[in-house]
Design a binder for this molecule. Structure first.
Ligand code: NI
Length: 171
């Protein structure tokens, strides 16, 4: 069992830009495994390393529907190569912004390059919920949250609520 903890916004650590991973060693592989574990335990569909306090460009994701076979995906140094002009809107949430949701519009289809655990370079297209989720997670690597895509008014409302939640729950 890992002892990773998810950082709750507002927190300056969630606004940092994460570093490129140059060496895929056992520490990186172990971290990806632990990130998947805590993501599943928290009923999330995606998690980025900075959300557990590690400023590395690592993302895990599983958008398989409940009741279907698991589809764990691990991304090292994910980078968006192409975005469709067509957009989709999804109601987004985030493990770092518990109980908060907002509709966010993003490109419907993306082409991403990344490395797998063996250092193999992969280029792949994602659409639907996977495209939205992966864009959301890559945003985390650049210190951006889903509330940065909505109006300032709505963002401030959510951040204020989270400040209250953090105070009462002592997070
Ligand atoms: Ni998130």
């Amino acid at each position: 069992m890992s002892n990773l903890k998810i950082i709750i916004a507002p927190d300056p650590r969630l606004l940092e830009v994460s570093k490129h991973v140059t060496l895929i060693n056992n520490e990186v592989k172990g971290l990806l495994k632990d990130m998947l574990e805590i993501m599943y335990k928290s009923n999330g569909i995606g998690l980025a390393a900075p959300q557990v306090g590690v400023l590395k460009r690592l993302v895990v994701m599983d958008c398989a529907e409940q009741g279907t076979k698991k589809n764990p995906l691990k991304f090292i140094n994910p980078e968006i190569l192409n975005l469709s002009s067509e957009k989709s809107e999804f109601e987004e949430g985030c493990l770092s912004l518990p109980t908060q949701h907002a509709k966010v519009e993003r490109p419907s289809i993306i082409e991403v390059k990344y490395e797998d655990e063996n250092g193999k370079k992969i280029k792949k297209k994602f659409s639907g919920i996977e495209a939205t989720c992966l864009q959301h997670e890559i945003d985390h690597l650049d210190g951006k949250l889903f509330v940065d895509h909505i109006s300032k008014l709505k963002k401030n409302r959510i951040i204020k609520k989270l400040e209250k939640i953090k105070k009462t729950k002592n997070l």
